[in-house]
Design a protein around this ligand. Structure first.
Ligand code: ZN
Length: 105
């Protein structure tokens, strides 16, 4: 399984877990007879906030940063396979007037 596929699987699993957690909270709100329009807004907000945070965390593990040692030029690749990383490494290494790049995971 390549990096892109792993990233997609983890992202889907994160969405499922966040949806379950939001649904559990929605269930609590319904049990307390909160009006449906508020339940919908709260449930959506909970899902979006949790998934946004988890998605950023998951993406961090699949992001490669390549940058020039001598200037601010750099790229971030999320879920990229090794061929794409190699291509961008060569591109950043050929950054005008500069030498090799550093890689930060
Ligand atoms: Zn440079």
């Amino acid at each position: 399984m390549n990096q892109h596929a792993k990233h997609r699987v983890l992202r889907t699993a994160a969405a499922a877990v966040c949806a379950l957690l939001a649904a559990a909270q929605v269930r609590e709100l319904v049990a307390h007879q909160v009006p449906w329009h508020l339940v919908g807004v709260c449930g959506s907000a909970l899902f979006l906030v949790m998934f946004g945070a988890v998605d950023r965390l998951v993406a961090r593990f699949f992001t490669v940063r390549l940058s020039c040692l001598d200037c601010d030029f750099g790229v971030e690749l999320t879920g990229a396979d090794s061929a794409e990383v190699t291509r961008w490494r060569a591109a950043t290494a050929n950054h005008p007037h500069h030498g090799p790049t550093r890689e930060v995971r």
